[in-house]
Design a protein around this ligand. Structure first.
Ligand code: PMP
Length: 354
């Protein structure tokens, strides 16, 4: 029986994507060849990566606005250093909202001065700082739109003249934003886009060419743009499955339609966390993430019972990250509302039994 998969990433993808992806392993587009055995330079795959790059820009409403989309390797973690390598001359400002921001800051320090515009470390990153300023002479401002581990999400972004770089690994394609307010967006594929192994990078080209250092080819956005994301062998299968997921998203009404479904799921689980005396939310209410709901038991003596009950209900991946403890319900685009209802039912049943 299929599980209700609340895993934080890699995570659930649409069932039809799993089916199409497995078919392509056996026979890609009736070619008599598997997607795994064709050349990345073959016309069939060049078509795949071109469609994926265009569809990513289309869904983000960034077509014909000076942006390029790339599928790179090395995960979002590679982007922590690649962004700084390509953009940091003297100093950059970072908003520190958790583990991933902290890791990005650590890498950027190898390339120049890093100013922490604000940090929520004082409260174990359970909120998003407000009221901070960004130095006008910063080369860029970096933020993390959704903090996967702590379950916080930025609801607005600072208005600034400096280029804005955003790690959207765990909420890309989940909600409508004016994506043109960002100059560089990156996201590991393995949440809302596809399997691990590909990283989407969307760059406004005009921000490049400003640093003085030499950049090795594999680290250079410019090189990857010139080579249309095919400087070396791209992660063929991860790009293909990402394309299938992006097609699925488009066929389901795009980001605005999925945002509505995501809001319903988030409301269902947060309403129960707030209503049920056995649970309390971890993140500050106004900063709660629609993707990752983090919560704890009010009485730890219920832990064994609750753990047994959700596992029995066929739920997977609900344990919280070790730095927060408790539970984390990750509700990415492909997770059906019914799965969230199953979780809420278990929470209510625990209350009846406790
Ligand atoms: N940023 C965020 C917001 C993440 O959630 C993650 C991974 N879960 C990363 C960066 C690191 O991504 P990767 O493992 O692809 O390097």
């Amino acid at each position: 029986m299929k599980k209700h998969n609340f895993s934080a990433g890699p995570c659930i993808l649409p069932q039809e994507v799993f089916q199409q992806a497995s078919q392509a392993v056996l026979d890609f587009n009736d070619s008599g060849l598997s997607i795994l055995e064709i050349s990345h330079r073959s016309p069939a795959f060049v078509k795949v990566i071109e469609e994926a790059r265009n569809l990513a820009l289309e869904l983000l409403n960034l077509q014909n606005k000076g942006y390029k989309a790339l599928f790179l390797q090395g995960g979002a973690s590679m982007q922590f250093l690649m962004t700084a390598y390509n953009l940091l001359n003297k100093k950059a400002a970072y908003l520190n909202t958790g583990t991933w921001s902290s890791k990005a800051i650590k890498e950027a320090k190898l390339f120049g001065e890093v100013i922490e515009a604000a940090s929520s470390k004082d409260k174990n990153f359970n909120y998003i700082p407000a009221d901070y300023s960004i130095p006008e002479d910063a080369d860029y401002f970096h933020c993390t739109s959704n903090n996967t581990i702590f379950g916080t999400q930025m609801k607005s972004f600072p208005q600034t003249e400096v280029p804005v770089v955003c790690d959207m690994s765990s909420d890309i394609f989940s909600r409508v934003l004016d994506f043109s307010q960002f100059d560089l967006i990156y996201a590991g594929a393995q949440k809302n886009m596809g399997p691990a192994g590909a990283t989407l990078v969307v760059i406004k080209e005009e921000i490049l060419d400003k640093v003085k250092r030499e950049i090795p080819s594999m680290m250079s956005y410019k090189v990857h743009i010139e080579k249309e994301s095919m400087f070396n062998t791209p992660p063929v299968y991860a790009v293909y499955v990402s394309l299938l997921t992006l097609r699925w998203l488009k066929s389901r009404g795009g980001i605005s339609a999925v945002e509505e479904r995501n809001a319903q799921k988030a409301k269902l689980v947060y309403d129960e966390i707030d209503r049920n005396p056995l649970f309390k939310g971890f993140a500050a209410v106004e900063d709660r993430s629609a993707m990752n709901a983090t919560f704890n038991l009010t009485d730890e003596s219920n832990k064994d019972k609750f753990d047994e009950m959700w596992k029995e209900a066929n739920i997977n991946g609900l344990s919280g990250h070790r730095s927060v403890g408790g539970y984390r319900a990750s509700m990415y685009n492909a997770l059906p509302l019914e799965s969230v209802q199953v979780l809420v039912d278990v929470m209510q049943n625990l209350e009846k039994k406790a």
